[in-house]
Design a protein around this ligand. Structure first.
Ligand code: AMP
Ligand code: MG
Length: 304
């Protein structure tokens, strides 16, 4: 499916990374809000307006997901990436809060364990893919295997020297593997939607400080967040290279302006909904004979 086609609401198209474009993330606004009229309003007012929009979006997503489950043809894979504090967890919580929990799977990928590292880098993700009829969310994903380990090659699994990260074309080959993997998924009925929640470094500082200013948010803070922040620019470079290499027509990246949490949540909700709506699904059709059986069953029940 070509997600950049008319199925996607017009304003969302501006966030889609075109194939093979060179990406400079500093040219992508992090603080974008949907309406001009929101721009000079206080944050709380904008938040309230966007919460209303999101409520409507959640209802639409609920209906879209029901149809996805009923028609049982496609699965939806949602990949969420972003720097620490970009809002991945909050986006999942708020976007999916209206969806039937039975129709939705969330997988949060942490540092790979020993078993993961004994397999190829896609192994642990393949095992978590959504079934037909389901929405599967990857909170971090195989993209970490070209991001965090690109910035810190020492955290990578051990590979033979001749094919490891020092081998020529190693990262390009990983991008190719990812593109081939996603192509395979799409060819087999899994729609792949990828969101990079794009925040500014200043916004990250505010969010980290907020976690340290509230006791009930301490658990969200990790000392390693401060260490990783030192690598901000290295991560940007890794992201830029990855986004350019892996945004395809069949599995596009959305660069989502995420300094306004509610804006990011709205964009993600609407992108998922319009992708499902674009599939033009319908409830299963029943033949005259099948309907006769159903009506017989109805009659039996009514006669009880
Ligand atoms: P969090 O999302 O805050 O729970 O943190 C998860 C941590 O796991 C992050 O520091 C990621 O960099 C790390 N992580 C996730 N996937 C990988 C991977 N494939 N290789 C190395 N580290 C990873
Ligand atoms: Mg964290």
């Amino acid at each position: 499916m070509d997600i950049s086609g008319p199925a996607v609401r017009k304003y969302l198209k501006k966030f889609i990374v075109g194939p093979e474009k060179k990406i400079r993330l500093k040219n992508f606004e992090t603080g974008w809000v949907q309406h001009e009229s929101f721009r000079n309003k206080p944050e709380e007012v904008v938040d309230d307006l966007l919460k209303e929009v999101l409520e409507k979006d959640q209802k639409e997503l609920f209906a879209a997901q029901e149809l996805l489950a009923a028609s049982h043809k496609y699965g939806i894979l949602i990949v969420l990436q972003g720097m620490d504090t970009a809002g991945k967890d909050g986006t999942i919580r708020h976007v999916m809060s209206g969806v039937n929990p039975q129709g939705c799977d969330v997988h949060s990928f942490k540092v790979p364990d020993v078993e993961d590292h004994l397999h190829d880098f896609l192994w642990r993700y393949e095992r978590a893919l959504p079934e037909r009829g389901m929405i599967g969310i990857f909170n971090r994903s195989y993209y970490e295997d070209v991001l965090v380990v690109h910035v810190h090659p020492e955290r990578m699994e051990e590979l033979p020297e001749t094919i490891g990260p020092d081998a020529e074309g190693f990262w390009d080959d990983r991008y190719k593997d990812i593109n081939a993997f996603e192509k395979h998924l799409v060819r087999n009925g899994t729609i792949v939607l990828k969101f990079f929640l794009h925040i500014s470094k200043d916004e990250q500082k505010l969010r980290l400080l907020d976690r340290l200013d509230h006791k009930e948010k301490y658990w969200k803070f990790s000392v390693s967040d401060i260490a990783e922040r030192e690598y901000w620019n290295d991560y940007l470079v890794a992201y830029e290279e990855m986004l350019a290499a892996t945004s395809t027509k069949y599995a596009p990246w959305f660069i989502v302006p995420a300094d306004h949490k509610w804006m990011a949540r709205t964009i993600v909700a609407e992108a998922i909904t319009s992708a499902i709506e674009g599939l033009n699904l319908s409830y299963p059709k029943y033949s005259d004979e099948q309907i006769r059986h159903l009506m017989d069953a109805k009659e039996t029940l009514e006669k009880e």
